[in-house]
Ligand binder design. Structure first.
Ligand code: ATP
Ligand code: MG
Length: 224
C-alpha cells in the first residue's frame, strides 16, 4: 500500500445480478475516489446498489468489470487470499445485519476481532463504553437488542484500528437518541484516527455530517 494515494480508487465499475430470466443492472460505469482522512456519505434510493458496492469493496462480491485500488494497490477478486488479508487486518466493515459470532460474548467478539487484526491493546470495555454498552460485555449476541448488536459490531470495527471503515446503514435500526450516539462515535473515531470512512445512509442529517457525498442512482434497468 502506498502512502499518499487515495484510500479507494474505483474506475469503470459494473455489477448486475441475474434474477431468473431478468438481468438486474445495479452499478453502471461507476468511477470515484475516497480521499484519505475523509468521511464520504454513500446515498441513493433503496435498491440503488449501496450494499452491493460495499460488498464489492470488502471483497465478498465480485464486480462484473472495473478496477479497484486500495491505498494505491490494485486488488482483484480473483485473488481471494489478498482480499481476506485486507478484510482481516485493515478494512473494517459494519453490515446492515450485525456480524457477530453467536457463541462469543460481546466483549469476546471485540477482543477476537482486534486480535485477528493484530491489534494488541484489545480493550473491549473501552469500546463498549464508548458505544453506550456499559455492563453488556458479558452477554451473548442473542441476549441483546438489534440496536445493541449493531453498536457491538461498530465496537468491533473500531477495536481493529482499521485503515478503512465501510459502514452500511450503521444507524438504520436505531432509535433517534441511540442513532445520534452512534453517529457521534463514528465521527469522533474518524476525527481522532483520520480513518477514511464510507458510510451508506438514508438519513440526510447523517449524510450532511460527512465531508463528501457519493450518490448512486436507481438504474431501474432490467432486461426482460
Ligand atoms: N444476490 C442478488 N440477486 C439478485 N439481485 C440482487 C442480489 N443482491 C442484490 N440484488 C438487487 O440489487 C439491487 C441493489 O441492492 P442493494 O442491496 O445493493 O441496494 P441498497 O442500495 O443497499 O438498498 P437499501 O437502501 O434498501 O439497503 C436491488 O435491486 C437488489 O434487489
Ligand atoms: Mg443496503
Amino acid at each position: 500500500m502506498s502512502v499518499g494515494c487515495p484510500a479507494v480508487s474505483v474506475t469503470g465499475l459494473y455489477k448486475s445480478f441475474v434474477d431468473g430470466n431478468e438481468q438486474v443492472r445495479v452499478l453502471e460505469n461507476l468511477t470515484f475516489t475516497l480521499p484519505l482522512h475523509h468521511s464520504t456519505a454513500l446515498v441513493g434510493p433503496s435498491g440503488s446498489g449501496k450494499s452491493t458496492l460495499i460488498n464489492i469493496l470488502t471483497g465478498i462480491e465480485p464486480p462484473d468489470a472495473g478496477a479497484i485500488r486500495l491505498f494505491g494497490e490494485t486488488v482483484s477478486h480473483s485473488s481471494q487470499k489478498r482480499w481476506s488479508q485486507l478484510r482481516g487486518q485493515c478494512i473494517a466493515t459494519v453490515f446492515q445485519d450485525a456480524n457477530l459470532m453467536p457463541t462469543l460474548s460481546l466483549a469476546n467478539n471485540i477482543r477476537l476481532r482486534a486480535q485477528l487484526a493484530g491489534t494488541s491493546d484489545a480493550n473491549a470495555e473501552h469500546w463498549l463504553n464508548l458505544l453506550g454498552l456499559d455492563n453488556l460485555g458479558h452477554r451473548f449476541p442473542d441476549q441483546v437488542s438489534g440496536g445493541q448488536r449493531q453498536r457491538a459490531a461498530l465496537a468491533m470495527a473500531f477495536a481493529m484500528r482499521p485503515a478503512l471503515l465501510l459502514a452500511d446503514e450503521p444507524t438504520g435500526s436505531l432509535d433517534v437518541a441511540t442513532a445520534r450516539q452512534v453517529a457521534d462515535a463514528l465521527f469522533h473515531h474518524q476525527q481522532d484516527t483520520g480513518c477514511p470512512m464510507l458510510l451508506s445512509t438514508h438519513d440526510p442529517v447523517l449524510a450532511a455530517r460527512c465531508d463528501t457525498t457519493l450518490s448512486l442512482m436507481a438504474t431501474g434497468l432490467g432486461d426482460p
